[in-house]
Design a protein around this ligand. Sequence first.
Ligand SMILES: Nc1ncnc2c1ncn2[C@@H]1O[C@H](COP(=O)(O)OP(=O)(O)OP(=O)(O)O)[C@@H](O)[C@H]1O
Ligand SMILES: Cc1ncsc1CCO
Length: 303
Amino acid sequence: MPPYTADTADNVLEHVTSLYDSVRTVRPLVLHLTNIVVVNDQANITLALGGSPIMSLAAEEQELLSPMVSALLLNIGTIHRAQRETMLIAAKQAGRHGKPIILDPVGVALGGYRAEVVQDILDNSIPAVITGNAAEIGYLARLDASAKGVDSIADLKDPVRVVRDLAKQTGSVIVLHGEIDYVSDGETVVQLSNGHVDLSKVTGTGCSTGSAIATFVGVALDGIDLNPRGLEKSAADERNIRRRIFAGSVAGVLATSLAGELAVEASANHGTASFKAAWIGSIGRLTGEIIKSRAKVVIRYDQ
Ligand SMILES: Nc1ncnc2c1ncn2[C@@H]1O[C@H](COP(=O)(O)OP(=O)(O)OP(=O)(O)O)[C@@H](O)[C@H]1O
Ligand SMILES: Cc1ncsc1CCO
């Protein structure tokens, strides 16, 4: 990746396009522990981007898989007791082998069991990225505030502040997706205004964004151990790693939203099934050049 120089939209886009240019060479292996609704789309999207998906259900194979993979996606969409245990084993293995975790806390705003599982994962790991919709990110922001005894709750009327504060508090890059997407590493907040309303009419576009983020974070961290044993990471190393995770996250969000725009043009209003097929096909045709010419990226400096 080019060296990081400044918080400008052009600089972010330069990093993102370099990830698109190298994904097919790196071919990151993305380990998915995910839900039963979207799993097939997630495999196809990872492949279409140039990555390699592996889906796993067995606790017994996490130790074998972890050293091989570029990134681990934990998506709790249809979580159950056995998968919760497998996720914790996988998260601990990822920590041991210095692999990035991408956490998608699907439905956590329901509270109850899902919230318990997310808390469990956060007690045992620091995800590189937490990605969710407004309800999910809003719920996590509120949890965090109440855990610290803060009276006021996070207000999604101010998404810029919510993502930046949650990123600072968790140590994770936060992705808030929806009509407008926001990504923050705790310092920079980027606003992404691509996409199309039809993306919200098929299930799993948010979950698949998690796969795209995991794919590009895997490329961005290629050859980097997040937890090198016996070595202190300098502040510059930490910053470099966070920048890479941030760029991977922006690249993943743009994959979903830009392919959505291309799919509307390609599927000519033949309904949601053909839109979804066109969307997966369009993801496979994205290039650094398309990203550069179509991405609507704004850096937000709001307080
Ligand atoms: N109204 C919209 N306009 C533009 N883009 C949108 C719109 N709605 C969703 N998107 C795009 O689709 C992606 C998925 O967002 P969405 O909020 O629909 O996910 P979700 O509801 O969490 O999905 P899932 O079905 O996986 O749970 C977003 O990253 C965004 O880019
Ligand atoms: C519909 C649904 N239910 C659990 S996961 C999922 C996919 C979208 O998040």
